[in-house]
Design a protein around this ligand. Structure first.
Ligand code: GLY
Length: 353
């Protein structure tokens, strides 16, 4: 079992990582919660594999459980789903002394976390992330949110879980494209903070080898995120480096109306493009972008913007509500494992695509 403690000024919680951990989930929850009711929020994909395992384990421990299964996909991160969820939890008479479990990927984690942060002014919740992206990113650091029709994550808060329980084995049932999606974020952690992690990912030559090393890779990514979040919980400084490749990535997702490249794929294109420009402008040594390309290609992740026009990407970036103002922060590379925040004017952005 690998353990990481996240220490924040007003909060402290553990991230536990262990193959097969989901089988011990009854004990793990019993260690941190002695109340009676637990609501488990999951989606149709995850429920098929793990819904009963978690529910039965909790019932065996004597908890009174409610399992809520939402349709899989981003559409569930909506105000309508949130409202339906509030009603289900209130019908179950959940109170502030009870517990909510988010069992799923980023959509379930974000929606459940936001629901937990607002219902009755806050109910404790636990994250059991089941996608690689959620295990190494969205379940850690307290960002919870729902989408609005006019944009993603527009209503949200910072609300940390009581614990994060990560079982790398659950990724065996994840479709390869979703696994690759998460690997894009793992590569990002290596690029922004840890050359050793990047080299480890670059040296992997098969999915068997990947699974053998996945516990270590997840640990390294979570520990990087822990450090960043501890130093900048509210995302006003260093935490922005987690957005490496995301400015271009988000723009591509938006241009394609979220129906083209997945998040990890779009971020991969963003990481490669920006690294190439960093090289051209002398911010980082030559060869960095080629090393990035090699590892992305290995995990079936794209690097080229293809038919998408640079001007369209620049336009999508400038209308993004997060980038309003005369200048914006771009994350650039000094080298593999070293990143920095660089302020650019809105007119300059096209030069970085
Ligand atoms: N996913 C980026 C962050 O948590 O800040």
């Amino acid at each position: 079992m690998r353990k990481i403690q996240v220490k924040l000024p007003c909060n402290k919680y553990e991230i536990l990582i262990k193959n097969g951990l989901i089988q011990d989930i009854g004990d793990k929850i019993a260690n941190i919660y002695t109340g009676d009711k637990i609501a488990i929020i999951t989606d149709t994909n995850v429920d098929k594999f793990y819904g009963d395992i978690v529910n039965n384990a909790l019932e065996e421990k004597g908890y009174d459980t409610l399992k809520v299964v939402l349709p899989a996909g981003e559409k569930s991160k909506s105000m309508d789903s949130l409202m339906a969820l509030y009603n289900k939890l209130l019908d179950f008479n959940l109170n502030r002394g009870n517990l909510i479990i988010a069992l799923g990927g980023g959509v379930i984690g974000d929606l459940t976390g936001f629901c937990a942060s607002t219902l009755l002014r806050g109910i404790p919740f636990v994250q059991i992330p089941t996608s690689l992206l959620a295990q190494i990113d969205s379940s850690i650091g307290g960002k919870v949110a729902v989408d609005l029709p006019r944009g993603k994550n527009l209503v949200g808060s910072f609300y940390h879980p009581k614990a994060v329980f990560i079982d790398p084995n659950v990724l065996q049932t994840l479709e390869r494209k979703f696994l690759n999606d998460g690997l894009g974020e793992a590569i990002k952690y290596g690029l922004i903070k840890d050359r050793g992690l990047f080299e480890k990912l670059s040296s992997i030559n098969s999915y068997d080898e990947l699974f053998e090393n996945l516990g270590d890779i997840i640990y390294d990514c979570c520990d990087i995120k822990r450090g960043v979040v501890e130093r900048d919980e509210k995302d006003t400084g260093e935490r922005m480096i987690l957005n490496f490749g995301h400015t271009i990535g988000h723009a591509i997702e938006k241009i394609q109306n979220y129906e083209g490249y997945s998040h990890g794929e779009a971020v991969s294109i963003g990481m490669y493009s920006i690294a190439k420009r960093c090289e051209d402008m002398g911010f980082c040594p030559e060869g960095v972008s080629e090393s990035i390309k090699e590892v992305l290609v290995k995990f079936n992740l794209p690097c080229s913007i293809g038919d998408i026009k640079k001007e369209d990407i620049a336009k999508a970036i400038s209308v993004d509500k997060k980038n309003i103002g005369k200048s914006m922060n771009l994350i650039l590379l000094k080298d593999i494992g070293e990143s920095f925040i660089h302020k650019v004017s809105r007119d300059e952005i096209v030069n970085f695509i």
